[in-house]
Design a binder for this molecule. Structure first.
Ligand code: GLN
Length: 490
């Protein structure tokens, strides 16, 4: 059986037809993990024993008609900032190194109710702060297409696991691009839903007004099916929405005839590397060849999205991360004198450089005297950015953008210069500031054989529109190679 080219939906169908069993699938995943994990390091924790036990239970449940959903029996990996009851949830930080939650995140309840099988926790940038998965306290994940390159971040472990065939599907979280950018770097598909679509209950907060959990998978249909499972009102999350339009997998399409796409001209200026520009323009040609209308227009607020995002995200992070003080959770420094010294040493030893930088920046912009000049101004800027997107969506159905200005950088290249790493988030952060849905779909390989993704951005609640266009684009593009087939290192 060729599992490489099979999607999760197809595998689940084969389980229903009794052509394969849930145990076959779990065994196949752990075989892949055994073969590749030593090189890729996508996971921080694996639940091999539990997964085999769960496979048996799910198989029975499917046979007895208790699990009828389209992804029943499918193994899934979970980013390590999502709480799983009784399992370590570290956020790739030393400060949560021994933290074991007493409860499941809402999304975990949902995937278990759907008959899916948890296989482990994936690596990430510490507290989801970063774009390369190198800020993990437990070492970087490698890009399965080329092991000397990063997988992107912060959901780099989830995207690398799916790309390497070490997971059929995965959960990521996206605060400023952390699903869409690593999906682009790893040649997989990832969705950031409209803010409020997926409950954040049990997601360790980075920047609460921006965070959303979303699916990572082999293609649009798999991601749409998983998003459908994840979505829905949750009383435990005050920002969760009661949407009635979450039948995301119902209307996937193979046409873009007459769909109006807009491309912000500013996205094509200096920062964009030649290989990504070429892949992006080729993708546009493919869409227009199939009847799409693609226009270029100016998004004047583009230059402000990075400063606005980093001020707001760091402000919220500095407040959210106050709770890690050595008393309530996880790690506590060994030697200290008195309470204040304990706080100080615990946080000094427990947090990595990037997290500290953001706590400092966030505390600064929130401090009396600077609040108006930075934080308030950033909120006002966010409102202007949103206004410009509203205007764009009155003219276009979908906006097209690269997911990142370049393909996956080499390991070690980005950490030297945090500011230029921040600038790499230029095409993704506005989506979070405005609460919009976005999807990344693989579109090409660069000359080095590294994947490039195209991003489709919809207006709030327009997931179906972007999913339809993304699935049509996949059909025009044809099958995308897998790392092994591309002749890379695995
Ligand atoms: N790279 C961005 C940041 O570091 C986005 C991270 C994310 O979406 N979690 O803030």
């Amino acid at each position: 059986m060729d599992f490489d080219t099979m999607t999760a939906l197809e595998a689940a169908e084969k389980i229903k037809q009794r052509q394969i069993s849930t145990t076959d699938l779990v065994k196949q995943v752990f075989d892949q993990i055994e073969k590749k994990e030593g090189k890729v390091h996508a996971y921080l924790d694996l639940y091999k024993k539990d997964a085999f036990a769960r496979a048996k239970e799910v198989q029975k449940g499917i046979e007895e008609g208790r699990y009828r959903g389209p992804l029943a029996g499918i193994p899934i990996a979970v980013k390590d900032n999502i709480c799983v009851k009784g399992k370590k949830t570290t956020c790739a930080s030393k400060i949560l190194g021994n933290f074991v939650p007493q409860y499941n995140a809402e999304v975990i309840h949902r995937i278990l109710d759907a008959g899916m099988i948890l296989i482990g926790k994936t690596n990430m940038d510490e507290f989801a702060m970063g774009s390369t998965t190198e800020t993990s306290a437990y070492g970087p994940t490698k890009n399965p297409w080329n092991l000397s390159h990063v997988p992107g971040g912060s959901s780099g472990g989830s995207c690398a696991a799916v790309a390497a065939g070490e997971a059929w599907l995965a959960l990521g979280s996206d605060t400023g691009g952390s699903i869409r950018q690593p999906s682009s770097f790893c040649g997989v598909t990832g969705i950031k839903p409209t803010y409020g679509t997926v409950s954040r209950y049990g997601l360790v907060a980075y920047a609460s007004s921006l965070d959303q959990i979303g699916p990572v998978g082999k293609d649009t249909a798999d991601c749409a099916a998983l998003l459908e499972i994840l979505s829905g009102k949750d009383e435990k999350d005050g920002t969760s929405l009661n949407r009635r339009d979450t039948g995301f997998s119902e209307e996937l399409s193979d046409t873009v005839m007459g769909v109006k796409f807009g491309v912000p001209l500013e996205y094509l200026s200096e920062g964009l590397s030649e290989p990504v520009k070429k892949a992006f323009m080729d993708a546009i040609k493919l869409l227009t060849a199939h009847g799409a209308i693609v226009d270029f227009f100016s998004m004047k607020t583009t230059e402000y999205v990075i400063p606005a995002y980093y001020i707001i995200a760091c402000a919220e992070a500095s407040s959210n991360l106050e709770r890690f003080d050595g008393v309530k959770y996880g790690f506590r420094a060994r030697d200290y004198e008195g309470l204040h010294d304990m706080y100080k040493k615990t946080r000094t030893e427990g947090f990595g450089e990037e997290v500290k930088r953001r706590i400092l920046l966030g505390s600064f912009v929130l401090s009396a005297g600077y609040y108006d000049a930075y934080y308030l101004k950033a909120l006002r800027t966010k409102a202007l950015i949103k206004k410009e997107f509203d205007q764009a969506f009155s003219d276009y159905d979908i906006l097209l953008a690269p997911a990142a200005p370049y393909t996956a950088p080499r390991i070690g290249e980005s950490l030297k210069d945090p500011l230029s790493m921040y600038l790499g988030d230029i095409y993704t952060v506005a989506v979070n500031l405005c609460g919009l849905p976005g999807i990344t779909v693989p579109c090409a390989l660069d000359v080095k054989g590294l994947p490039v993704g195209i991003q489709m951005i919809g207006n709030c609640f327009q997931e179906k529109k972007i999913l339809r266009a993304a699935s049509a684009f996949e059909k025009f593009r044809g099958a995308f190679p897998r790392p092994e087939m591309g002749g890379a290192c695995l």
